[in-house]
Each structure stands twice: as structure tokens, then as C-alpha cells.
Design a protein around this ligand. Sequence first.
Ligand code: HPA
Length: 274
Amino acid sequence: MDNHAVEACNYIESLVNVSPSIGLILGSGLGELVNELKNPVFIRYETIPHFPLSTVSGHEGQLAIGKLLDTHVVMLQGRFHFYEGYSLQDVVFPIKVLKRLGVKQLILTNAAGGINRSFSAGDLMLITDHIQLFYDKQNVPSSKLQHFQPQMIYSKALLNKAENVARRTQIPLKKGIYAAMSGPSYETPAEIYMLQKLGADAVGMSTAPEARFAFESNIDVLGISCISNMAAGILDEPLSHEEVIETTERVKASFKKFMKELVKEIARKDVNHG
Ligand code: HPA
């Protein structure tokens, strides 16, 4: 598998001659951030050796390298989910490639259902921690089985930077714990009630495996959820993937502004891990 990441990385490096240190994974409906890139190079996943393919609507399936304001970044427009039938090794494969490309800070974004009743659809939530509720037996980052120290996966330094940006831009930000369910079905109201009891503020079907793997690869991780709907049973309304896309449409202007300022803030000086 690691050879696969090397081959994927070599291919990408044969097409671009910059080495971006900030990576972004764009969740459902949030892919349009690539349109903000200056001189972007787009590389479709199907052309990259060993890269999985996106199968979900709202996930474009390409990698984009370019400048966001003055900073070289690499963006993944579309990610891979466990519910698509991919193993967790496949789900984290892009992170291996980003690591080899030289990424030091990774911003993971997603659309999520709001569990915390003080949230509303359209809110942005910084992920302070997560609860992962699905695993497969290959959920081992390297060939050796090892126990990693229980530490905070999400970088405190990056969380502080994101909060500074929120203050400066006056874009309101919530903070909370993200519960990752396997999907593909949305949760039942009873499952949401359980997640609420467990202390989750939002729920989705991604991000946690990628965040853990990036952390274990010594990449600083920041997670941002766009609350695209209130989770099942929180309001008296049925959920749909269309609603998820509609809400992300509505908030994309402030999302883009926030992300640009955030990348600028992160690029200001490299942060230490932790
Ligand atoms: N549940 C799970 N995943 C989601 C949701 C949700 O309500 N909204 C967006 N992704």
C-alpha cells in the first residue's frame, strides 16, 4: 500500500512543481472552494495510480493544486466513505498521498447533522474531538499493530487559529464533538438520542478515520462541519441528501471566506503538533 502512495504521489508531482504544505478535504457540497484557487491544476482521481473513485453525488472526484490567496494548497474535491464499500485503508489512502506530497496541516471538512439543539442548519462547527462508531479489521495505519497514546487528535493550535479567524471575520462558529456513523442510511431518532447521550454535538459518516490517520502520521488536523440539517428526530422534518446540498449552497459564501482567511492564518507560521 505504501508503494501505491509513492506511485500516486510521483504521478501528481510529475504534473505540478509545487509542494503544498496545507491540504484540504472538501466534504459534500463544499467542493466549490476549488474555484477560489489561482492557477489551479486539476487531476482527476481516475488518472492517479491506485486512487479510489468517488461514487457519491456532491463529491466531484478530483484533486486540485493551486494558490488560495498567497498560499499553495492541495484540495481533494470529494472523499471516500466506508459506506461506499471502501475499507478504512482505502478511506485514508489520500492522506498517505498528501503526507508524501509534504502536507503538514490538514483541514477536513464535512456536512453533518446537528444534534446539539443550540445549532441550526447552516452553522459551521469546529470539531474539538470525535467519537468513531465504526471500524473494520484493517483499521491499522501501518503494518505494525501499535497502541497510540490517547491524545487529542485535533490540533489545539489550529483550533485557536480557527477561532481567531472567526473573531476577525465575524463569521459565527460553533464548537463540538463529531460522531462518525458508518452510514449510508441516516440515523434513526433513537440513534440520535443515543449519540446525544454520548455527548455528540453533530453526526456524519466521514472524517474520523481520516483525522486519526493524519494525526498518527504527524499531520496537524483541523475538522470543520457544516451543519447541513438537524439530525433525525431533533426537528419534526425528514432528512434528505438534497437538503444537505441545499444548505451547503446557502452557506458557501461564508464558508469560502472563512476557509481563505483560515489558510492565510495557518500559513502565517508553521504550527507545532499538538
Ligand atoms: N446524519 C449523518 N450524516 C450526515 C447528516 C446526518 O444527519 N447530515 C449530513 N451528513
